[in-house]
Ligand binder design. Structure first.
Ligand code: SAH
Length: 267
């Protein structure tokens, strides 16, 4: 029994050191490689640049094939977006080796970047098209926003944790995701200046979807959010607004997301 205890203590110790190193890496992770090349996408008269990265491309292709496509996500724009965005450059250095596994990863400040399958699933649910305007609540690392920016150049994203918002902004600049607009603040009230949106995605879970966000959805638009308190089962929920402004809600997958903080917790 004593032996088991000391093994356990040693294990906890190793984990603590490992965690410490990773925390440090969050601060140290500054020198990102910028895009080697850019692709220009032109749809009708719409044109925007997308950064392209050769590094770890094979692993990305395998992740998309095995972790997303073979699990039933067929939307080719989503699959293509996920083949291009270098997920390893959105996570702290200590976790980069796991970036193409199908798992969520810590990004500091008690937040996590979702599992790639869930990112693919939620993005496909939005049915986003080039030229449409999309709002994300919960920028985090910026990975989801970068995926959205592959599909449309009109991406707006709000982050409540200032350090994360600023880091994402820097990352977009360094990597070349020049079309993404970041705001630091509570996403509860959406982004009135740019509303209405064709699509809205929440990547933190509110107990209930904030009404201002539903109000900022265009008729014909789709909102996707994990809904539920941390203590209950959360469900990915799809909210659609039809041409007459009627709202329809559909529960999809049970999921586990970090809570949406700020005003929504005081309702
Ligand atoms: N989409 C992110 C993952 C985000 S984790 C990515 O791709 O990396 C959820 C994020 O939502 C966290 O960064 C958290 O700080 C943020 N968040 C929580 N409540 C929020 C609120 N009220 N407004 C804006 N952002 C919020």
């Amino acid at each position: 029994m004593k032996k088991v205890n000391s093994i356990l203590i040693a294990f906890i110790g190793i984990m603590a050191v490992w965690y410490g190193i990773n925390q440090k890496n969050i601060v140290l992770m500054q020198s990102l490689p910028s895009a080697a090349t850019f692709d220009t996408t032109t749809i009708d008269t719409l044109e925007w640049n997308k950064p392209r990265f050769e590094e770890r491309k094979k692993e990305r292709n395998r992740m998309v094939h095995e972790g997303i496509k073979e699990r039933g996500i067929t939307d080719s724009a989503v699959l293509e977006a996920m083949r291009h965005v270098p997920r390893h450059l959105f996570v702290p250095q200590g976790y980069q080796q796991f970036a193409y596994e199908n798992q969520p990863l810590p990004i500091g400040h008690n937040q996590t970047i979702s599992q790639p399958y869930i990112v693919g699933y939620m993005t496909a649910m939005l049915e986003l098209e080039a030229g449409e305007k999309v709002l994300e609540i919960g920028t985090g690392s910026g990975y989801q926003a970068a995926i959205l920016s592959e599909i449309t150049p009109y991406v707006y994203t709000i982050e409540i944790v200032e350090a994360l918002g600023k880091q994402a902004q820097e990352r977009f600049k360094t990597l070349g995701y020049s079309t993404i607009n970041v705001k630091i603040g509570d996403g509860y009230k959406g982004w009135t200046k740019h509303a209405p949106f064709d699509a809205i995605i929440l990547t933190a879970a509110p107990p209930e979807i904030p009404q201002p966000l539903v109000d900022q959805l265009k008729p014909g638009g789709t909102l996707v959010a994990p809904v539920g308190r941390t203590s209950e089962t959360q469900y990915l929920t799809k909210v659609t607004k039809n041409r007459d402004g009627e709202i329809r809600r559909q529960r999809k997958l049970p999921v586990r997301f970090v809570p949406m903080t700020g005003e929504v917790q005081h309702d």
